[in-house]
Design a protein around this ligand. Structure first.
Ligand SMILES: NC(=O)c1ccc[n+]([C@@H]2O[C@H](COP(=O)([O-])OP(=O)(O)OC[C@H]3O[C@@H](n4cnc5c(N)ncnc54)[C@H](OP(=O)(O)O)[C@@H]3O)[C@@H](O)[C@H]2O)c1
Length: 281
């Protein structure tokens, strides 16, 4: 039995489908009972939040592997998952971490995720770390300015990243959850091409069949304008730090872990755009 947290999200939802398709028993851990209907009937449902230790213990009973993800890296929630795993005899945890944890020097967000991962490292449960580069779904952050102004404001040019489709993160997660031999390992997950933001916007414009103006701004300008629009200062400055790293070209690497682990290459950014055309309408 594989327990999937974040099962109503992009990665977790896809992982549930792929594990079920592969004939595995899946329990989906979801916090909102109203979303249970999104999941296939063949998935068991466990209701609970990552703060709910009692629900986590119950959900972990009879489980072999936990797929653990968080939207914000809260160490206390990781401790809750570890405690539930140890109390119920779960052998392994596969965590959705980030490439930012192994860059040197680490970006601020990488430092926060690494502090969360320390809880897992110290747990004596076998851990596998999935470390994606930027997600293709980040392009959805451009949706509003494209709709309102036909523009994308970006602070990372000319830096490259290799965006990965959550579908491919799920493909890797399905492999490492389903088979042993990945204990203690960390995998770098990226798409097949290193692209600048401008190139990504050109691909998206091409797929959508419309003009999109690319406006390059500095990380400082981007942070300032986010703060003026209500983003908390610490969050905006954390993002500024990440943008400076991208701009300096520290995120354009192309590892081959996705293909090595799954046997097929990751989807391109163009394929993601084609699959998500309707999200921009
Ligand atoms: N964006 C990037 O470039 C990037 C780069 C590297 C790594 N990552 C990592 O990628 C992940 C993003 O994955 P995703 O796209 O699948 O996220 P997502 O679609 O936003 O899904 C988040 C999931 O977490 C659930 N959730 C949130 N808070 C919860 C709580 N307190 N208790 C229980 N469940 C909770 C949500 O449930 P509801 O449906 O109820 O809200 C949802 O199922 C993050 O872990 C991030 O750190 C991102």
């Amino acid at each position: 039995m594989i327990l999937v947290t974040g099962a109503t999200g992009n990665v977790g939802g896809e992982l549930v489908n792929q594990l079920l398709d592969g004939g595995h028993d899946v329990r989906a851990y979801i916090r909102n009972p109203d979303k249970a209907g999104q999941l296939p009937d063949s998935a068991q449902i466990a209701i609970g939040d990552l703060d709910d230790t009692e629900a986590l213990h119950k959900a972990a009973e009879g489980v072999d592997v936990i797929f653990f993800m968080q939207t914000t890296p809260v160490p206390a929630q990781a401790q809750n998952v570890v405690d539930a795993a140890k109390a119920t005899g779960v052998h392994r945890i596969v965590v959705l971490s980030s490439i930012g944890t192994i860059l040197h020097p680490r970006p601020i967000i990488g430092e926060m995720i690494n502090a969360r991962d320390d809880v897992l490292r110290d747990s004596e449960v076998a851990i596998t770390y999935l470390r994606p580069n930027t997600l293709s779904t980040n392009a959805l952050w451009w949706k509003d300015s494209i709709a309102k102004e036909g523009k994308v404001y970006d602070p990372t040019e000319p830096g490259l990243t290799s965006p990965i489709d959550p579908y491919d993160i799920a493909r890797v997660a399905a492999v490492v959850c389903a088979e042993s031999g990945h204990e203690g390992n960390g995998y770098i997950l990226n798409g097949p091409e290193a692209l600048s933001a401008k190139e990504q916007v050109q691909i998206l414009a091409d797929v959508l069949g419309r003009d999109i103006e690319f406006v390059s701004v500095t990380p400082e300008q981007f942070a300032q304008s986010s703060i003026e629009r209500g983003t908390p200062e610490t969050q905006a400055r954390g993002l500024q730090n990440l943008h400076e790293l991208f701009r300096a070209g520290r995120s354009g690497f192309l590892a081959d872990d996705v293909e090595n682990l799954t046997g097929t290459p990751a989807r391109t950014f163009r394929q993601w755009c084609e699959q998500h055309r309707s999200d921009f309408s």
